[in-house]
Ligand binder design. Structure first.
Ligand code: 13P
Ligand code: SF4
Length: 310
């Protein structure tokens, strides 16, 4: 280990210690998504996928929720737990996919297609959730779409996840043309090359990937689904088609297995904006504080509650 690396390790350890103390003083809980930096996952009280994190936010008895993820996740926590102080350590951590649909556009669509039921991926703003009938995450999208059988359905904003759910159910639904800029970087050619390089590996991918990628996969699932699959599989090697941060958890829970990222470009820049320094500062200043206008919050909560009730 060189001197620089030792310094870095010492700095990370001292920041982690400081955060631990501040967290106790503030009666805070730290929630982190699987795509966060390893050092953030290590200091979190709970690391999970979008569904698990919103369930944690809805249940916690902490006074402050420090959300290490992107803005729609902190907003969902603020919608579900209005009596808590919800902090997003990095205000600029957004989600380009969530920005691909807005409430105005959605209202115009609903006017054009009266009676359409809107299923809204949690990767969306509070305003869009407020205009939707029910939310979903990547781990329950199939179940949520199924719950609306017999209706005309519009799925926003992730075209790939919507198509995946519809295909599983053998159903046709209307798809909003949104996508994840990170998962979209993964191509069929990347998978074919990875298969050649690792012929004994299973290919596991997130449903936000392109259709051409999903068609090549042995398993498609949410981040929590991919982790469970790797844990329960008899296979020893996996090509992983989702954001790089998941490798930290995969190595922790399957220390005897090998994981290969399907493309080195699978890095979400927004998820990497949160650092230990920002978490420490957020706990000191209790900012950036995420709030949602009450009239929007109440309507958005109905869509989230319908999902959680399933
Ligand atoms: P999940 O946590 O539902 O797997 O979603 C992945 C994602 O892209 C979050 O931004
Ligand atoms: Fe948004 Fe994709 Fe990043 Fe998730 S990985 S926050 S969907 S851009």
């Amino acid at each position: 280990m060189d001197h620089g690396m030792k310094m870095d390790k010492e700095l990370l350890q001292s920041l982690a210690k400081e955060i631990e103390g501040l967290k106790r003083d503030r009666k805070a809980v730290i929630l982190a998504h699987y795509y966060q930096r390893p050092e953030i996952q290590d200091i979190a009280d709970f690391v999970g996928d979008s569904l698990q994190l919103s369930q944690q936010a809805a249940q916690t008895d902490a006074e402050v929720i420090v959300f290490c993820g992107v803005d729609f996740m902190a907003e969902s926590a603020a919608i579900l737990a209005p009596d808590k102080v919800v902090i997003l350590p990095e205000a600029k951590a957004g989600c380009p996919m969530a920005d691909m649909v807005d409430a105005e556009g959605l209202r115009a669509y609903k006017k054009r297609v009266p009676g359409v039921k809107v299923v809204c991926y949690v990767n969306s703003s509070a305003e869009v959730k407020a205009e939707s009938d029910i939310c979903c995450t990547s781990s329950n999208a199939v179940k949520v779409v199924q719950s609306l059988q017999g209706h005309d359905i519009l799925f926003v904003p992730d075209e790939n996840l919507g198509r995946y759910a519809a295909q599983i159910l053998g159903q046709s639904i209307q798809l909003w043309p949104g996508y994840c800029k990170t998962h979209d970087r993964l191509t069929k050619e990347d998978i074919l090359k990875a298969r050649k390089d690792h012929p004994f590996a299973d290919v596991i991918v997130h449903p936000e990937c392109r259709q051409e990628v999903c068609q090549q996969a042995d398993y498609i699932g949410s981040t929590a689904g991919l982790i469970a699959y790797a844990q329960n599989s008899e296979k020893k090697e996996f090509v992983v088609g989702t954001e790089s941060g998941i490798l930290h958890k995969l190595h922790q829970v399957c220390p005897d297995k090998e994981f290969y990222l399907a493309s080195k470009r699978l890095v979400c820049p927004n998820m990497k904006l949160t650092t230990l320094v920002k978490v420490r500062d957020a706990l000191i200043t209790l900012s950036p504080h995420i709030t949602v206008k009450e009239e929007i919050r109440v309507k958005a909560k109905e869509a989230l509650d319908r999902m959680l009730a399933l």
